[in-house]
Design a protein around this ligand. Structure first.
Ligand code: CP
Length: 360
């Protein structure tokens, strides 16, 4: 059974096939209007969303399928203490595929171990957001025509920005990509990502403190919101919340064909005046999200039809290490009764399989 929990669950070829399929759908929507007839998507959203949930819904409807689910976990039996594992074992009786957003890191991975139908991670805590990555890749393909030999600046909250983590992973597989990390000290990319980037020879990266100093070099500027909901300390949030604001004056030194991306929602990090600049691609990016999710749903359902789903609590393979407790309070293993499992990476470091926190 294939799921999409992390962008690296798809090979480069599979990722590019899904992006290409999204472009086919854009070119001929009528051809796909009954492609998922008779199938149901369940959207299980434990955390607020506008774009991801509605684009998944629109995607399934445009494929001729149906959609069930909840957008407020308090209206479901989760409020009575039902676990992620039990919830998905129930939902699989009613749906063919699940898109799950959860505030706990690793929750969709837990779901994939129990559901027996494809699980799509629609964002888990600060960890990963692979369908935003597919959205970003489709946008980069349509706007820039390639994924390689690009200079991409990631600006703002690189610590909690799950869209940044996922897109960097996906881009690390392409030649000639240079990543420039623009953030205050408090919001730097997590250590595990920096170590992973150092270990990957294809990706070059550097850290700077202002967007102005790198603006003329960039092909893509990826802006992010400082995520208030992830801060445990409000004073720390207040210190960094206005760190970076993109306005038209800052774009004067940018290339004429640079694009500005943002996963949205924005707060104040891009002023409204930037919206009229043709380089502002973030609303085009939103629409791409629906088409790439159509391609993903179609692909995962086809793969599920080709494979026999398991129907039992999975026995974890020997590649996992057990008997370790994850130190990350935001990890699903901190609050739910899941088997703590760890993986040793290529760098020799042992990390939680759910949230990628380093074992102490
Ligand atoms: N980009 C994104 O995930 O937006 P939502 O939180 O509105 O789904």
């Amino acid at each position: 059974m294939r799921h999409l929990i992390d962008p690296m669950d798809l090979t480069v070829e599979e990722t590019e096939r899904i992006v290409a399929l999204a472009e086919e759908i854009i070119a001929d929507r009528a051809r796909f209007s009954q492609a998922c007839r008779g199938k149901k998507l369940a959207t299980l959203f434990y955390e607020p969303s506008t774009r991801t949930r509605l684009s998944f819904t629109a995607a399934m409807l445009e494929l001729g399928g149906e959609v069930i689910g909840f957008s407020d976990a308090n209206s479901s039996s989760v409020s009575k203490g039902e676990t992620v594992a039990d919830t998905v074992r129930v939902v699989r009786c009613f749906a063919d595929i699940i898109a799950m957003r959860h505030f706990k890191e690793g929750a969709p991975l837990v779901a994939s171990q129990y559901a027996g139908i494809p699980i799509i991670n629609a964002g888990d805590g600060s960890h990963a957001h692979p369908t935003q990555t597919l959205t970003d890749l489709l946008t980069i393909k349509r706007e820039k025509g390639r994924f390689d030999h690009l200079k991409i600046g990631f600006c703002g909250d690189l610590k909690f920005g799950r869209t940044v983590h996922s897109l960097i992973k996906a881009l690390s597989r392409y030649e000639g990509v240079e990543v420039i990390l623009i953030s205050p000290e408090e919001l730097r990319l997590p250590d595990y990502m920096l170590q992973e980037m150092s270990a990957r020879s294809k990706l070059r990266f550097r850290e700077v403190r202002t967007m102005e100093e790198v603006m003329p070099e960039l092909d893509v500027l990826y802006m992010t919101r400082v995520q208030k909901e992830r801060f445990l300390d409000e004073e720390e949030f207040d210190r960094v919340k206005d760190s970076f604001v993109l306005d038209p004056s800052k774009l004067t030194t940018a290339k004429s064909d640079m694009i500005v991306l943002h996963p949205l929602p924005r707060v104040n990090e891009i002023t409204r005046a930037v919206d009229n600049d043709p380089r502002a691609a973030y609303f085009r990016q939103v629409e791409n999200g629906k088409f790439v999710r159509m391609a993903l749903i179609y692909t995962l359902l086809r793969w599920a039809d080709e494979n026999r789903p398991y129907d039992r609590t999975p026995v974890f393979s020997e590649e996992y290490l057990t008997g370790i407790t994850c130190p990350n309070k935001r990890c699903i293993s901190a609050t739910e009764d899941v088997d703590p499992i760890f993986r040793r990476g290529a760098d020799g470091v042992c990390r939680c399989a759910y949230c990628e926190a380093k074992a102490r």
